[in-house]
Design a binder for this molecule. Structure first.
Ligand SMILES: NC(=O)c1ccc[n+]([C@@H]2O[C@H](COP(=O)([O-])OP(=O)(O)OC[C@H]3O[C@@H](n4cnc5c(N)ncnc54)[C@H](OP(=O)(O)O)[C@@H]3O)[C@@H](O)[C@H]2O)c1
Length: 250
């Protein structure tokens, strides 16, 4: 019996492509930029802190940078207006908002929903004619908000809304693909900031409780993001990456 093997291709998967990372100067966005560069892409990074952005850009050899707050729709429109056609846009700007209803003020709540959901709509509107057909828009969500708990109402509502938004946008702005990555704990500067001196304890706890026996890092999420960029069959989908965290206790 003879076996027919297909040739093995070792070429860089994003060679000649351009990837925009909105929130690319740290954490998941930065690692995605690094991974995309390793796969031959040019990267355009954004973030608020210009100094941190320049440092990140020189580390990965970015094509260009733009410092602005991605919560600001005018700034977003200006950024996309100046952008040539690109292959992929990933949005990693943002952070979760925890708090009990009794402690929240409604102006702040309105702002938070705007920040988390309107931002995705603005980006989709502006990116729709800047991402080439078959390229992808990738949003970040989470798995932690799927389990109700006091203080999680906004995170949970946003967590539930994003997969629906992603699926609908995938139809509306096709042939641009739209996908969502839902992460659990990822060991990034954001997690370090949120946990403070509890960070090491949390890492140790996750090493014990997660079925994968280790903590998920930004490079894990970056690998998934690049796969979503290169696999043109993927659209409208939510990809969980939490090492099984949602199936074990918090
Ligand atoms: N880490 C986790 O465990 C985890 C889990 C689930 C989901 N997520 C989500 O994944 C995304 C990335 O998280 P991360 O942990 O990589 O965060 P990170 O370490 O804080 O990095 C966030 C990056 O985005 C930029 N950024 C933040 N807010 C921005 C804004 N309003 N406008 C423009 N740039 C902004 C930051 O730079 P500047 O501060 O200079 O702007 C930085 O480059 C976030 O949306 C987060 O909620 C994270």
């Amino acid at each position: 019996m003879s076996t027919v093997t297909s040739p093995i291709h070792c070429e860089q998967e994003l060679l000649g492509q351009t990837v925009v990372v909105i929130g690319g100067s740290a954490g998941i966005g930065f690692e995605t930029a690094r991974r995309a560069r390793a796969e031959g892409a040019k990267v355009i990074l954004t973030g608020r802190n210009a100094e941190r952005l320049e440092q990140a850009a020189s580390e990965v050899g970015a094509l260009s940078t733009a410092a602005f707050d991605a919560v600001d729709p005018v700034a977003l429109e200006g950024f996309f207006g100046d952008l040539p056609t690109v292959d992929h846009v990933m949005v990693t700007a943002g952070r979760p908002s925890y708090g009990r209803l009794a402690d929240m003020d409604f102006a702040k709540i309105r702002g938070l929903f705007g920040e988390h959901l309107l931002q995705a709509l603005y980006v989709a509107r502006y990116a729709a004619n800047k991402v080439r057909p078959g390229g992808t828009l990738i949003f970040m969500g989470g798995t932690g908000g799927r389990r109700p708990a006091p203080g999680m109402s906004i995170v949970s509502a946003v967590t539930a809304a994003l997969p629906a938004l992603t699926a609908n946008l995938a139809l509306e702005i096709a042939p641009v693909r739209v996908n969502l990555i839902a992460a659990g704990f990822v060991d990034t500067p954001l997690s370090a900031e949120l946990l403070g001196d509890q960070l090491e304890k949390r890492r140790n706890q996750l090493r014990t409780t997660l079925p994968i026996g280790r903590v998920v890092g930004p490079e894990d999420v970056a690998a998934l993001a690049v796969h979503i960029m290169t696999n043109s069959a993927l659209t409208g989908a939510t990809f969980d990456i939490d090492g099984g965290q949602q199936f074990v206790s918090r």
